[in-house]
Structures are given as C-alpha cells and as structure tokens.
Design a binder for this molecule. Sequence first.
Ligand SMILES: NC(=O)c1ccc[n+]([C@@H]2O[C@H](COP(=O)([O-])OP(=O)(O)OC[C@H]3O[C@@H](n4cnc5c(N)ncnc54)[C@H](O)[C@@H]3O)[C@@H](O)[C@H]2O)c1
Length: 406
Amino acid sequence: MRRLGIWLIGAGGYVGSVTALGLSAMRRGLVPSVALVSDHEEFRRAGLIAFDEIVFGGHEVRRDGVSLVENCTGFSAIVNPDLLRQCRADLQRWQRNIRGGTLQGDGFRPATGRSNARSAERRNPDASGAAAVERLTADLLAFRSAHKLSNVVVINVARTEPVRRSVTSLSSWDRLRKRLARRGPSPLPASSLYALAAIESGCAYVNFTPSVGIDVPALRRRADERGLPYMGRDGKTGETLVKSVLAPLFMMRRLHVLSWLGYNLLGNPDGLALSDPQVRRAKQQTKDQTLRRLLGGAGRTSGDLTTRVGIDYVPSLGDRKLAWNFIHFEGFLGARMSLEFRWHGVDSLLAAPLVLDLARFTELELRRGVAGPMHHLAFFFKAPMQTREFALHRQWDALVSHVNTG
Ligand SMILES: NC(=O)c1ccc[n+]([C@@H]2O[C@H](COP(=O)([O-])OP(=O)(O)OC[C@H]3O[C@@H](n4cnc5c(N)ncnc54)[C@H](O)[C@@H]3O)[C@@H](O)[C@H]2O)c1
C-alpha cells in the first residue's frame, strides 16, 4: 500500500495548522473538495494519492509548544466549530509528529516593540549548518520509518526569511559542504538547510515561501543527482493569482499598461514578519515578477512600466487580507483608462488546499521517478523556478497535460 508523508517546515504556523485541519476534513469526508485543484475532474484519471493515505508531520521552532488544535480554534469564527471538533483527534495525533526545527542561518529580526516572536522561539540547538542538516535529516528518516511511508514531500511554510543575495551563487557542492561544517552561523539560510535535509533523506522538496530554499545551484544539482523532484517559490494564492490572469488580458488585447500598483493589508503573523524591511523585500520581489515577466516584454523600454507592491501589517485584520490594485492603461488613439480591483481573502484558507495539491502532484512525480524542477507546477507559484511561463491559462494547460500524459 502506498503511504505519503507530508512534512511541513513551520508546521505550527497558520498555513501549517490549517493544512492539517484540511487534510483531516478531507480524510473524513466532512467537506466537499472545493478549492482543491488536485480534485478537479481533469485529474480524475491520474491516480493521485488519496487523502487517507497521507500522514502529517513537520518542524517548528516555537518554544511554547505547538497546539494544532489551539491554532485551528483561532479560526472558529471562519470555520464551522463542529468541523474542528470532528478533526480534533487527527490534529492531536499528528502534533506528536512535530519536531524542533533549526534557527541556524535564520536572519529574522522582529519589529521593535511589536513582537516578542524571537524570545518565544527555541534556542538554536545546532552548532553548525552541517549539524543542523544532520539532525533534520534524522527526523525525516525517523518519520518515514515510523509511519512506513513510501514517500515524503517536504514543504516549506515557515516564516519568510530576509533577502540574502550571496547564497544564490553557491555552486560548488564540495566547497559548500566544507563551509557548512564550520562551527558558528551557517552560510546557508535555514530554509536551504531544510532543503538539504530533504535531499539527504531522499524526500521531494517544495518551497511555498519567498525564502531561498533549494534555489541554490549546489543544492539543485545535488537534488538532480539524487533523482529528486523540487519546486518553488512562494504560493500564488490571492492578489498575484488575479494578476496572472489579468496581465495576459492586457497583453493579448494590446492595451498598454502604464502603471500597476498593488497595496496589501494583512494582520496575521506573516504580516508581522513582513514588517521587517528585508523580509518585505523578499515578498515584494516574488510578487512583482508576474507583471514584469508578462508586461515587460517586447516593445517596452524599462522605464515604461511603473509597478509597485506595498505591504502593511494591520493586526485588527487577523488572517483576513485586503489587496487593492490600480491599473492605469492606454487604449486606441492614446485614450487613458483604468481598472481597480479589491481582493478580500482569508490567507491561510487560500493557501492550505494548495499545499495539499502540491503534496499530491509531487507524490505522483516521485512514483514516476521524475527528478529536477517540476515546471508543470508553475501554476501554483508567484515566482516559479526555472520557467518563463507566468500566464495562468498557459500554466494550467501545462499542468493538465503533464499530469495526464506524464
Ligand atoms: N496565503 C498565504 O497564507 C500564503 C501565500 C503564499 C506564501 N505564504 C507563505 O507561507 C509562510 C507561512 O505563512 P503563515 O501565515 O503560516 O505564517 P506563520 O507566521 O503563521 O507561520 C510560520 C511558522 O514558521 C515557524 N518558523 C519560523 N522560523 C522557522 C524555522 N527556522 N524553522 C521552522 N519553523 C519556523 C514560525 O514559528 C511559525 O509557526 C510564509 O512564509 C508566507 O509568506 C503564505
């Protein structure tokens, strides 16, 4: 019998907890599969793994101890409390699969006076990057063996890390291995240490965040050599999803976009993390890519298109997010016009089904023995790795075609 382990980095956060709740609800058949792409009729024949063949586990750094039940109770104004009650036993059982993560290479600095986030986290137990990878790898191997799993997919849903330029050029595995072995701060950010642990334990890796993760040449090569599939970055759940539909409309209709400004307001811990300017930059970079790639093409000069993404933390909003966009464009005979849209989303409930989809589609690749970047999963990401395709309709065609034909 096949059995999949889904291992979330940041398992005790909003997205992690709601993913566990969603998995339990699907296993028990308590809700219809609305919002789950992998349950679309287009994929019925693909033989994707069933929800009751999936086990949940992960890494967390919260010192106060994670309670998936408590985290999900925070959503009781949004999700039917009966559903929480019926899923309680699964959440309690899976919580026992959560292990202490690493803070090696994590450059997060909580905004002064607004958070005690850092003090609420475990002290870092790892003396070097290599020690962290060794410990995390052991956790993954133990999870696989304890639950008799045929495959494990590691998905990063941890807090976004600050931008670090230097790591994306690390290309020599031998040199990187030596640097990781040195005592002290890791040359790789925590997200990449987790990616390396996934590779070393033979797991597939998916990065749902804007952090670097596996997007380091030496790591990608190592995953290729070990025959493992991977993909990232940054789940496309709301504003950018709409952009990836609207931008092709302007492009195809040959309406000349002059400016596209977006403003996001959110009040969850992700929003708090984004109040660090370097963390915010990581998010802004992935968010801005879709427009640059889709509208910055032929016939444009670089100063021709103004794009901006603003992000503000508004605690009273909680997990509800508002994204407002203003698009200023030029039509026939130079006539200037505009379009505005507002997206009111519940962030974690938009993200969680996609995390489950990614696990199921990735498991299929593991069974098929396919290695390397999963280009066909570009549909799910704001900044899909190693692909130039950013238009949602083409990404969808690629997904359907790949899944059904292999
Ligand atoms: N719609 C969405 O919610 C959405 C969309 C795209 C991307 N994301 C990304 O998903 C991630 C999670 O979002 P969230 O709302 O759940 O945030 P969150 O802050 O609620 O959860 C993040 C969790 O990661 C944990 N963490 C931090 N550093 C860690 C480390 N080094 N190792 C292990 N765990 C660590 C934190 O303790 C926290 O529990 C963020 O990076 C966010 O940008 C979310």
